[in-house]
Write a protein that binds this ligand. Structure first.
Ligand code: C2O
Ligand code: CU
Length: 560
């Protein structure tokens, strides 16, 4: 039965502040909709689903003691024990790893997918946050079960402030604050007939097998299905995230009203960019201004999507998930300040975003799904035709500027996220994919395959649109397209820590973990750069959660 829309009020996610935070992940039950029973889920910090919004100033260091108090896994039957060391025991004793996405964080605090925190254990993460204000988020990141843990509910926002973008009354750009600034955590889901969350899409693979990712048919905002938010008639600032597992959306308002993009993941743009729609891929955040002052009291407007999932649309005719939520105008007036003309400024934030630097290293990156005709969906998703465990990894040097040409030969968009660094998007160029593949036959998985795309371009580069020209940590690489980005690797001196320092894996004997713990004896995944007890470096990956689990995630080191 179709769930009634707009019957639940959109939750305002609790906000926490302070330099020391205890964050525990727990197994919970959560009510997603008025007409659904409470369903098994995961949540942080006592919430039945998702985590609190951490509101934090960049001048203060942040310490989080993260505790795994998880019990039975809501998706116990869906864990795939053929992937990277996933144990049978994870069904009742699930591992966790807390990652601050967008955080400029030391290697031992970044939530490495192999730095597993088992139930009963905790770990201290230390975040210096020497970085620009922006819209960060945190989520679980354990090797090969990230898709199950994040979908179950382990995600939250972190709004990083500075002396310019203060989030308070009198902030220099004049942006809405207080009740008129709020996160919109957008997700889509599938519910089983009994009302529980389903990790499995409508494309059937055997239970317990990795599936490749399922687009949802039900929209959620801040943990409720198709909610409604009463709004004052005035300007709102929505810190918006695509926290879904799979889909890229094209978002717009039902009445096609104009609104403004004011920032990307890592801070404000130079000036608000008026738009009527924009695309947002999984893991991307965007900072929006929306003006409800033109609505009559009682009038409503919906937040809509019309982008359909390419793979599912071709295979089973799946259509776009059409709506997320509805806003209903109250009679009262809200934030009446104007849309600012300029956004950047302050004594640390440069007044304008500088032009991208000139690269000294150019790296070709290939996104592919090597087909196995005996299996549906494709057996594996790859970066550079490599697996996570392959020793051939990228090692950009500290202090250099690199250009990454991301060549996506699949039909779907893949959001590519690089830990630790921020970057700028240059342009996107359509690719003659079939000719490219015919000229450069793809070797078996495990051998690097990064042929240049030059000679197979199907048109001139399309410059990145104005609303996407800020600092980012994740980029939508469209299907059949070459997406170019410019990345600068900071030095250890700038960072205040060594990004290439080795650190111990967590286990019971590690001085880095607390509590009794019940480590079930996991097989570590390591490659020739590791010693089996130490970890080093970061990762980069596709943010389609199923893809990063198998195997669209590679190790990454930033040597001096
Ligand atoms: Cu949002 Cu590696 O993660
Ligand atoms: Cu992907």
């Amino acid at each position: 039965p179709e769930l009634a829309k707009f019957v639940d009020e959109m939750p305002r996610i609790p906000v926490v502040r302070g330099q020391r935070l205890d964050l525990a992940a727990a197994t919970t039950r959560h009510r997603f909709h008025r007409d659904l029973p409470d369903a098994p889920a995961f949540g942080y910090h006592g919430q039945s689903y998702l985590g609190p919004t951490i509101d934090h100033h960049r001048d203060e260091q942040l310490h989080i003691r993260f505790a795994n108090t998880l019990g039975a896994h809501p998706f116990a039957a869906d864990l795939d024990t053929s992937l990277h060391g996933v144990q049978e025991s994870y069904r009742s004793v699930p591992p966790a790893s807390l990652h601050l996405h967008g955080g400029v964080t030391p290697p031992d605090s970044h939530g490495h997918p192999e730095q597993l925190v088992m139930p009963g254990q905790s770990v201290d993460h230390h975040y210096p946050l020497r970085q620009d204000a922006g819209t960060l988020w945190y989520h679980d990141h354990p090797m090969a079960v990230t898709r199950a843990n994040v979908y179950a509910g382990l995600a939250g926002m972190l709004l990083l402030r500075d002396e310019f973008d203060t989030g308070e009354q009198g902030n220099p750009p004049g942006l809405p604050y207080g009740e008129f600034e709020m996160p919109l955590v957008l997700q889509e889901k599938i519910f089983r007939p009994d009302g529980q969350q389903s990790l499995r899409s409508t494309i059937v693979v055997p239970e317990g097998s990795w599936e490749g990712g399922g687009a949802g048919d039900t929209g959620l905002v801040n943990g409720k299905v198709w909610p409604e938010l009463p709004v004052a008639r005035g300007l709102y600032r929505f810190r918006t995230i695509n926290a879904s597992s799979f889909s890229t959306w094209n978002l717009f308002f039902g009445n096609r009203m104009r609104f403004w993009v004011i920032g990307n993941e890592h801070g404000l743009l130079d000036a608000p960019v008026p738009v009527q729609n924009f695309r947002l891929a999984a893991g991307e955040r965007i900072d929006l201004l929306v003006d409800f002052s033109g609505l009559a009291p009682g009038e409503t407007v919906e937040l809509c999507n019309d982008e359909q999932p390419v793979f599912q649309a071709r295979l089973i005719g799946q259509v776009a998930m059409p709506v997320f939520c509805r806003f209903r105008a109250e009679p009262r007036r809200g934030f009446t300040g104007p849309v600012p003309e300029r956004l950047r400024g302050g004594y640390r934030q440069p007044a304008v975003i500088p032009a991208p630097l000139t690269p000294t290293v150019v790296r070709n990156i290939t996104l592919s799904q090597p087909y196995d005709v005996t299996r549906l969906p494709p057996a594996i998703m790859t970066l550079n035709n490599l697996r996570y465990s392959d020793p051939d990894i990228e090692m950009p040097r500290q202090g250099t500027v690199e250009q990454w040409n991301i060549v996506n030969i699949t039909p779907d968009p893949h959001p590519i996220h690089i830990h630790l660094v921020t970057f700028r998007v240059l342009d996107r160029t359509p690719l003659r994919t079939l000719e490219y593949q015919a000229a450069h036959p793809q070797p078996p998985v495990g051998t690097r395959w990064t042929p240049p795309a030059g000679g197979f371009l199907a048109g001139p580069p399309v410059p990145v649109p104005p609303w996407e020209q800020g600092w980012k940590d994740i980029v939508r690489a469209d299907g059949g397209t070459v997406t170019r980005i410019i990345v600068r690797i900071p030095t250890a001196e700038e960072l205040g820590f060594d990004p290439d320092a080795a650190f111990p894996r967590l286990d019971l004997s590690s001085g880095n973990s607390h509590g009794p713990g019940r480590h079930p004896g996991r097989r570590p995944v390591h490659n020739s750069h590791d010693n089996p007890t130490d970890l080093r470096g970061y990762v980069w990956h596709c943010h389609i959660l199923d893809h990063e689990d198998h195997d669209m995630m590679l190790r990454l080191r930033f040597p001096a």
